[in-house]
Every structure is written in structure tokens, then in C-alpha cells.
Design a protein around this ligand. Structure first.
Ligand code: NAP
Ligand code: G4F
Length: 350
């Protein structure tokens, strides 16, 4: 059998870990780029680790960084992947206001560096770029592939560059390059400083008696929150098409942060969130994206992609997981939803 090779930038992140798991379940040989750190940063993929000395190993990790052109060129030339999934980024919108230059270097120029490496290699490599719904910024919802970009953060500006340069390399050099315009997607593996996970972890900590309060910023903002494992499948579907293109991936359902809080506190049996939540100005952004609601009709029609998990399901799945992490009795509806909706799931439940 001709095993396909995938190279994943950002394999240690939420999406990278699910995508690696998905591709391994599809018999791919998976190569992932990890950053050197003084502490282990591979916790999301530790369950996938395989000793490279053992015959038949299909997961390989390589040190690298999106700011290092020579390293990227070397990895692309040595590994000779069939597909590259570019999921690496400084992905925190609020942090991008504190580190705009680093964010641009990693998120914008990092994309260009990979595309140059693909072009210079002369190999036929399919490329997926993680663009973002954040690029729509203040454009009114619902947003689709034809909506205008009006970025509202250094992160979003960098992602607009990454989107445009990916499309340019497709049109100018014939590279099979796709942009995924993914709306917010969450999971038990979501970074702990993004708002959904901050809320579900905060609730678990309050339940366990570790914290009394949860400090948040703007509760009015609305997001279209989906479930990460379903979204990484859409990435793969894009690279399986005959022609490269750009796709919105979203649920079409939107909720405010306040509504997510209400859902979460009610599911956890803690009652009114106002008894626990305090507003802290430090979590507000200099410019905010008020409302995101995706129209994923194109992905449905062309890729056959459709999400199963609603925001309420997601909230239950994440709370069950965070309760389990703190050895609390879980409520269990989240796990039940996972079993019912994904009888053949390919990822490990956290
Ligand atoms: P994440 O959990 O923050 O993961 C980001 C990954 O990028 C991590 O593996 C991180 O490595 C790596 N990384 C950061 N800086 C790097 C650098 N300079 N060089 C190499 N690798 C670097 O993000 P995610 O939620 O999985 O998102 C995946 C991609 O989709 C990102 O590009 C994000 O901007 C984009 N996106 C996400 C969403 C969403 O809702 N999740 C929506 C739209 C677009 P470390 O583990 O070492 O930090
Ligand atoms: O969870 P968030 O930090 O996600 P945000 O800013 O929408 O960005 C995420 O989704 C993007 C896709 O649209 C990705 F491209 C990006 O990489 C990332 O994954 O914030 C969501 C909303 C914001 O409006 C924020 O102002 O929640 C509001 N919020 C309120 N209190 C908070 C907090 N956000 C965070 N992180 N922390 C708070 O305490």
C-alpha cells in the first residue's frame, strides 16, 4: 500500500493533535513540527507517541519553528510530504495586541515561508492553511466566502496576509493550496485561556472548591462555536477535492459569551453565573469582533461536510471533561452525546 505522508505545523495544538489522530486512523504517516521548550509541550499528543525505533511507527516529530526559514525548507525537502497542514500560529487574539510583531512574523510570514519551501521544492504538495473567521472582524453576519474582511486585531491582519498569500501561490504557481475559514471551534483540548475553556475549567475549579470567582471580559460578543474534531475532518476533505479552493467551516448557530456562561453554570448545577463571575477590564480588547455567524453552505455542498455538535452539546462535553480532570463526579450528558453521535469516533475522549 502507498502510505500518504502528512506534515503538520502546530501538531501540539488543539487542532494539530486531533488532525494527527485522524490521519493516523486513516493510515497516514504523520510528521509533526514541535518547538523546543524548557518544559514538555506535547501533552495533547502524548497518547499518540510511538517509539521511532519500533518498526511500523507512523508518527515522527521534528524540531522547528515558523520563524526559521532554513528549518522549514529542510523539513519540506527531507520529509517530502504529500500534504502539509499549516496549523501553527500565535493563535490568541488578545495576546496579538501585546505581541503584534511576533504574531505577524509567525502567522503571516510563517505561511509565506512554507509556501516558498513548497514552491522551491518542485514537489507536488497539497497545502492547507488555517485562515480564520476572525478576518471578517466588523463585517456583519452571516459571513461566507464572499464576505469582506475587516480585521480587528494584529492576529486577524496577519491571517488576512496568510489567506491572500495562499490564494496568490495557488493562482500564480499552480500550487494545490486551500484556505479554511474556520469559525471558533473548541474541545476538551482547547487552550485554557480561550473563553469557553476558561469558563468550563473555572466552573470545575469552583465546584472542586479551588476557586471562588471567575474573571472575564466582554460578555456581549457572539461566536459561532463548533467542535474541533469535526473541523479537522473538514481540513482533510478540502485536500481530497479535485481542485483547491477556500471554504467557510461553521455551525451557523451563534451565542454570546453570556449565553455560554448561562448554559455552563446551569449544566454544572451551580445556578446563576452572576454569583461567581466578575468583570475584569484586562480581558477586554482594544478592538472587538462583535458577532460571528458562519454560512457553511459551500462546505456542505462541495465537501459534504456538516456538523453534528451544537453549542449546548459542546458545553456539556467540555464540562464533563474538566470535571473528570479534577476527579469530580461527572454529570455524563456530554459523554452520552459523544457516544450517540460518534459511534465510530477516531479520537481519544479526554
Ligand atoms: P493552538 O492550540 O494555539 O495551537 C497552535 C499551534 O501552533 C501549537 O502547536 C503551537 O506550538 C504552534 N506554534 C505557535 N507558534 C509557533 C511557531 N513560532 N513555530 C511553530 N509552531 C508554533 O491553536 P488551534 O486552536 O489548534 O488552532 C490551529 C490553527 O487554526 C491556528 O493557526 C489558529 O490561528 C487557527 N484557527 C483556530 C480557530 C479555533 O477556533 N481554534 C479558528 C480559526 C483559526 P506550542 O504548543 O509549542 O505552543
Ligand atoms: O475565546 P476567545 O479568546 O476567541 P476569539 O478571540 O474569538 O479567537 C479564537 O477564534 C478565532 C476564530 O474566530 C481564531 F482564529 C483564534 O485563533 C481563536 O481560536 O474569545 C471569544 C470572545 C471574544 O469576544 C472575547 O472578547 O470571548 C470574549 N471574552 C470575554 N471574556 C474573553 C474573555 N476571551 C478570553 N480569551 N478571555 C476572557 O476572559
Amino acid at each position: 500500500m502507498n502510505t500518504k505522508k502528512a506534515l503538520i505545523f502546530g501538531i501540539t495544538g488543539q487542532d494539530g493533535s486531533y488532525l494527527a489522530e485522524f490521519l493516523l486512523s486513516r493510515e497516514y504517516e504523520v510528521h509533526g513540527v514541535i518547538r523546543r521548550a524548557s518544559t514538555f509541550n506535547t501533552v495533547r499528543i502524548d497518547h499518540l507517541y510511538q517509539d521511532p525505533h519500533i518498526r511500523g511507527t507512523r508518527l515522527f516529530l521534528h524540531y522547528g519553528d515558523l520563524t526559521d526559514t532554513g528549518n522549514i525548507e529542510k523539513l519540506v525537502n527531507q520529509i517530502k510530504p504529500d500534504e502539509i497542514y499549516h496549523l501553527g500560529a500565535q493563535s490568541h487574539v488578545r495576546v496579538s495586541f501585546d505581541m503584534p510583531e511576533y504574531t505577524a512574523n509567525t502567522d503571516a510570514l510563517g505561511t509565506l515561508r512554507i509556501l516558498e519551501a513548497i514552491k522551491n521544492s518542485g514537489n507536488h504538495i497539497k497545502f492547507y492553511n488555517a485562515a480564520s473567521s476572525e478576518m471578517f472582524g466588523s463585517t456583519l453576519p452571516p459571513q461566507n466566502e464572499l464576505s469582506l474582511f475587516h480585521p480587528r486585531s494584529p492576529y486577524a491582519v496577519a491571517k488576512v496576509f496568510s489567506f491572500d498569500i495562499t490564494r496568490l501561490y495557488r493562482e500564480a504557481y499552480g500550487i494545490f493550496a486551500c484556505n479554511g475559514l474556520l469559525f471558533n471551534h473548541e474541545s476538551p483540548r482547547r487552550g485554557e485561556t480561550f473563553v469557553t475553556r476558561k469558563i468550563t475549567m473555572g466552573i470545575a475549579r469552583i465546584r472542586a472548591g479551588l476557586d471562588k470567582k471567575l474573571y472575564l471580559g466582554n460578555l456581549k460578543a457572539k461566536r459561532d462555536w463548533g467542535f474541533a474534531p469535526e473541523y479537522v475532518e473538514a481540513m482533510h476533505m478540502m485536500l481530497c477535492q479535485e481542485k483547491p479552493d477556500d471554504y467557510v467551516v461553521a455551525t451557523g448557530e451563534s451565542h454570546s459569551v453570556r449565553e455560554f456562561l448561562e448554559l455552563a453554570f446551569s449544566y454544572a448545577g451551580l445556578g446563576d453565573y452572576k454569583n461567581y463571575v466578575e468583570i475584569d477590564q484586562r480581558y477586554f480588547r482594544p478592538a472587538e469582533v462583535e458577532s460571528l455567524i458562519g454560512n457553511a453552505s459551500k462546505a456542505k455542498e462541495r465537501l459534504g461536510w456538516q456538523p453534528k455538535i451544537t453549542c449546548s452539546d459542546l458545553c456539556k462535553i467540555m464540562i464533563d471533561s474538566d470535571f473528570k480532570n479534577l476527579h469530580l463526579d461527572i454529570i455524563g450528558e456530554g459523554n452520552k452525546i459523544l457516544k450517540e453521535k460518534f459511534p465510530n469516533k477516531w479520537w481519544k475522549i479526554d
